[in-house]
Design a protein around this ligand. Structure first.
Ligand code: ADP
Length: 300
């Protein structure tokens, strides 16, 4: 991952610019993530649209295809990635040099607030500065090593957690913004895209989840949540639609069972739709790498 002077005001071996506003932790983040090629943040303006499902399955699908993958869950108040990967009760370990060792599941290195608190079922009652501190610590002190992909699962909305992670990631690939098909969702998810515009933070594209349902009895397709949100958002923010994942009870069951569906559902409508999203991300990563190389970016 190339060093991004915009995020780091320090004057360390990893930063090429002078220290006007020294931020030691930003330097540590740049250093710690120097082995990460592509970082994506999965965002949504609305809860329950399947953001964690998409993040977990993206990570698992990329790992199943032979990539080195990390998943950072910064959803402090609802860290569902831990459950969706069957990691309830997993213990974190320290590395020999005192850093935090991520836990591994389905070939993915995982770090989550759900792993860091002693009672995963208890409410986490933290104000903004505490959340910001913990997220920056996950970025600067977790031993991510070298990764092809770091997938970050952010909580819904545009609060401290997505803001911290988007402002801290050096040279990100960008945001994957998840919506459901109905107009009400589009209004909420629009705020996530506006958030990216304002930061600014690049947008890789939009995923429409719960997009249609094929009746298992009559085979007819219905749209329980209407249609059109992804297209409307795509047009408004000039961001591509990366894919449309249908509703499928097996997706929900796999989340509850702590076993990602994506690696094992090839050939089904949901598996194929998910593969399209993964392929679109790989394409975006290849385009960015080519653009970085043409610019002579460090780390390209
Ligand atoms: P969010 O992270 O946006 O709050 P989740 O990923 O936790 O949403 O998903 C909410 C619920 O919907 C979960 O039970 C999940 O298994 C289920 N779900 C998500 N996507 C689908 C889908 N395409 N088909 C069926 N169930 C889904």
């Amino acid at each position: 991952m190339a060093e991004n002077g915009h995020h780091c005001g320090g004057d360390c071996e990893h930063c090429s610019h002078a220290a006007e506003e020294r931020d030691e932790e930003a330097c540590r983040i740049v250093k710690n993530l120097s082995g990460v090629k592509n970082a994506v943040v999965v965002l949504s303006g609305k809860g329950g649209v399947g953001k964690s499902t998409i993040a977990v399955n993206l990570a698992a699908a990329l790992a199943a295809s032979g990539k080195k993958v990390g998943l950072l869950d910064v959803d402090v108040h609802g860290p569902s990635a831990v459950e969706m990967l069957g990691l309830h009760g997993a213990q974190l370990m320290a590395t020999e040099d005192g850093r935090i060792q991520p836990v591994e599941a389905f070939g993915v290195k995982v770090m989550s607030v759900g792993l860091a608190v002693s009672d995963a079922d208890a409410a986490v009652v933290w104000r903004g500065p505490m959340k910001i501190g913990v997220i920056r610590q996950f970025l600067s002190q977790v031993d991510w090593g070298s990764l092809d992909w770091l997938v970050v699962d952010a909580p819904p909305g545009t609060g401290d957690e997505p803001l911290t992670v988007c402002q801290s990631l050096p040279d990100p690939l960008g945001a994957v913004v998840v919506t459901t098909p109905q107009r009400v969702a589009a209004a909420d998810v629009s705020r996530s895209l506006s958030f990216c515009d304002q930061l600014p933070f690049p947008v890789v594209g939009i995923v429409e989840n719960m997009s249609g349902f094929v009746c298992p009895y009559c085979g007819k397709r219905v749209d329980p949540f209407g249609s059109g949100a992804a297209d409307a958002l795509s047009e408004k923010y000039d961001a591509p639609v990366l894919g449309r994942i249908p509703l499928d009870p097996r997706v929900c069951a796999s989340g509850d069972a702590g076993r990602p569906f994506a690696p094992s559902m090839a050939g089904t409508p949901v598996g194929d739709a998910f593969s399209e999203v993964v392929a679109a991300l790989e394409k975006a990563a290849a385009e960015k790498a080519a653009a970085d190389a043409a610019d002579g970016a460090p780390g390209a």
